[in-house]
Design a protein around this ligand. Structure first.
Ligand code: CA
Length: 240
């Protein structure tokens, strides 16, 4: 009973009971079809051979670690949203996960309700809203193709960096607080990870501003961040 436009989720998890609980919960509470892979190689094979709307990926897996699976997917150009399941004692840091292209992660043991909420949010996001090209100075952001250029040169961002940039770019000149960014990114009150915003911003600065005379990303101490071209920056100065 597979409909052509049915949404599909792949769960890659070697702990059988957990994998089955996650799969059952997704089947019962979303309209998605769910496949399960019990090791990294099988997971990669399935991810590359079928169109999934979300992959729920454990890190410690036999045959191929989750992080390697993720890197290979991204390297091969797959943009499927990936939700990582991580155990507390695993050495991979949040930054490593995000840089490898993870869209979100959940620490074990987790609540199935939370997994569902995160999964639904990622699936929604993956479908994307279409809007035209945003241009700020020589920065171009194509939110349909999710491509970014600065002075004509392509800029490669992680999915989360992209989403921070896009959020700021939709509100040029506005000062956006860290909590607003977090709410946008996670649909969840995720305060304990609030320092990830600094990580994304510094990544964006390095990739977008470092080699340009005009710095577009600005920090307003205690208030938040803003993406602004010279015009807005100048008018602010004048107003002081
Ligand atoms: Ca495992």
């Amino acid at each position: 009973m597979v409909h052509s436009n049915e949404m599909r989720v792949l769960v890659v998890e070697d702990e059988k009971r957990l994998a089955e609980n996650v799969a059952r919960s997704l089947r019962e509470n979303t309209s998605c079809a769910v496949d399960v892979a019990y090791d990294g190689e099988e997971g990669l094979f399935m991810a590359e051979s079928s169109p999934y709307d979300l992959i729920v990926l454990d890190l410690m897996l036999p045959k191929l670690p989750g992080l390697d699976l993720l890197r290979r997917l991204r390297k091969n150009g797959h943009k499927i949203p990936v939700l990582i399941l991580t155990a507390k004692d695993e050495k991979d840091s949040v930054v490593t996960l995000l840089n490898a292209g993870a869209d979100d992660y959940l620490a074990k043991p987790f609540d199935l309700g939370e997994l569902l909420a995160r999964s639904k949010a990622l699936i929604r996001r993956g479908k994307g809203e279409h809007s035209p090209l945003i241009v700020i100075e020589d920065l171009e952001l194509d939110s349909v193709g999710r491509r970014v250029r600065r002075a004509g040169a392509p800029v490669v961002l992680t999915p989360m960096e992209y989403r921070v940039l896009e959020y700021l770019a939709h509100r040029p000149g506005a000062v956006v607080s860290k909590s607003e960014l977090l709410e946008h990114l996670y649909d969840y009150n995720w305060e304990k990870f609030s320092n990830v915003i600094e990580v994304y911003i510094s990544g964006l600065r390095r990739k977008i501003d470092e080699n340009s005379q005009i710095k577009l990303i600005r920090t307003f101490r205690g208030q938040g961040y803003s993406l602004q071209g010279r015009e807005i920056a100048e008018s602010r100065k004048g107003a002081k």
